[in-house]
Design a binder for this molecule. Structure first.
Ligand SMILES: C[S@@+](CC[C@H](N)C(=O)[O-])C[C@H]1O[C@@H](n2cnc3c(N)ncnc32)[C@H](O)[C@@H]1O
Length: 456
């Protein structure tokens, strides 16, 4: 699971990105989902929790420290006594308790990667951040409250009208686990490091973490911490220069599994009223309303791809979070369910046709795609349909309709994926100059996009 497109059990059907997207992450249809991180092997219950106070030690290796005559302020990071190895990589828990206005954050990663991450914004709060926005911006007034929801545990309910497009949350994680540690460490070793990571957090954030769902009362503290983490983790990609393997130059991004306390109270719905993305520049999970939400209505996200057929959604939800999907798209009358599934199948088919730039797709097919997304309540993905409609209309040289859809794609897509995505740049370029965009009349010009087809 893990919401990772590279992972075999990823719940989202693989989406073939058009060639102008640089990577899978840049693909507009790629939508990170909450992790599905249940491991089958239980943690060793013979383990007594070994929570140790974390000493205030420098995260830097000894040889990089400056001589004593030029003292520097102490590093705000503490490091766990216990570390664990996967092959040549050693993973430790690092905590910065003053982070984000005293909420604190813990990371489980290698010392080398920690050194790099900790030296640059947003984790280095003494340096000016590229982002002008603080993750816990003051404009996010409390729009909701925690309430028990029958059959769903605790959930969040709107306390006032929340208009579509409004930001509802922007929170930094309690704990982030390097994906390599998450996949490579034995479950009991990860549980030990997680225990260290959680115990070092400031009391309030730690209590909020320990209050999350996922564990049973009779479990040991380590099992509890592990299960809470895996039930509530989201895949988060951190972009930054030099974040390759062990800090070597190369990769510009690194994947973490992260647990956020407030975001983790959001229950699932197959037609959710909230969308979200992880903003690497502020390390915050940004959650936006994708529909108008009325006071008293529950706030929801989708834990799975909303464009899976109903049985796939139900199976994934049951397997991973052990609940039976009870949302309207799962429990409708059989004939309505069959219609919904038929629309989902048609969406999949239409997307395949529209994304094959060498085939004969038309603006009408893209318009139909938009309608089908609307009928399925897929507001959380609607920007994908607008994107394709913009390209198709531009592809036949209709600049007015193309720019209208490009604007819609930007209006919806910016809050669902953030401003850093290539589709944003592409749609902005189309709005600015439709005829200068790569897609201008590409459906009517012969020969374009036909390289590699030999003598045809
Ligand atoms: C990330 S937590 C959501 C918050 C949780 N309800 C709580 O009390 O903290 C995920 C868990 O909430 C419950 N849950 C979420 N959505 C649900 C739904 N639509 N129906 C029933 N249970 C749901 C399941 O127990 C699931 O494992």
């Amino acid at each position: 699971g893990n919401g990772n497109t590279g992972h075999p059990s990823h719940p989202i059907s693989p989406f073939i990105c058009p060639s102008h997207f640089n990577s899978q992450h840049d693909c507009p249809a790629y939508n990170p989902q909450p992790s599905i991180n249940k491991r089958t092997k239980p943690p060793s219950s013979s383990h007594t929790p070994q929570f140790q106070p974390s000493p205030e030690v420098q995260a830097q290796p000894k040889d990089t420290q400056e001589p004593p005559e030029t003292p520097r302020p102490a590093s705000p990071w503490s490091r766990s006594h216990i570390c664990r190895r996967v092959g040549l990589d050693e993973f430790c828990a690092f905590t910065y308790s003053a982070f984000s206005g005293g909420q604190g954050i813990s990371l489980i990663t290698t010392p080398a990667k920690m050194l790099l991450l900790g030296s640059q914004p947003p984790l280095n709060e003494s340096l000016p951040s590229a982002s002008s926005e603080s993750p816990m911006a003051q404009d996010v007034v409390l729009l909701f409250k925690d309430v028990p929801i029958p059959g769903k545990g605790i959930g969040l309910v709107a306390t006032q009208m929340i208009r579509a497009g409004r930001r509802v949350m922007a929170a930094t994680p309690a704990v982030m686990v390097d994906d390599k540690a998450f996949r490579g460490l034995r479950r009991e070793d990860l549980a030990i490091l997680l225990g260290q990571a959680i115990v070092a957090l400031p009391g309030e954030h730690r209590a909020r973490f320990l209050n999350l769902s996922g564990s049973a009362v009779e479990e040991t503290q380590l099992e509890k911490v592990y299960k809470i983490f895996s039930t509530n983790a989201f895949r988060t990609t951190v972009f930054g220069v030099g974040l390759g393997v062990d800090g070597k130059e190369g990769d510009k991004e690194t994947d973490f599994q992260s647990t956020f306390t407030q975001v983790s109270r959001l229950n699932h719905d197959c037609s959710p009223n909230l969308g979200y993305y992880f903003d690497s520049a502020t390390l915050s999970h940004k959650v936006y309303a994708v529909k108008d939400i009325f006071p008293g209505e529950e706030l929801t996200i989708s834990y799975v791809d909303v464009l899976h057929p109903s049985t796939t959604r139900s199976t994934l939800l049951h397997k991973t979070w052990t609940f039976t999907c009870s949302c309207p798209r799962c429990t409708a009358e059989p004939h309505l369910l069959a219609e919904s599934d038929a629309r989902v199948a048609q969406i999949t088919q239409l997307r395949r046709e529209l994304d094959d730039y060498s085939a004969s797709a038309t603006p009408e097919k893209a318009e139909l795609l938009v309608t089908l997304y609307e009928l399925e309540g897929a507001a959380v993905r609607i920007y994908e349909a607008y994107y394709r409609a913009a390209l198709e209309w531009n592809g036949v040289g209709d600049a007015a309709r193309a720019t209208r859809y490009a604007r819609l794609c930007l209006a919806k897509g910016l809050v669902l994926r953030g401003p850093e995505r290539p589709f944003v740049e592409s749609m902005r370029a189309l709005v600015a100059d439709p005829a200068g965009h790569w897609s201008w009349r590409f459906r009517v010009k012969d020969g374009l996009k036909r390289e590699g087809e030999g003598g045809k």
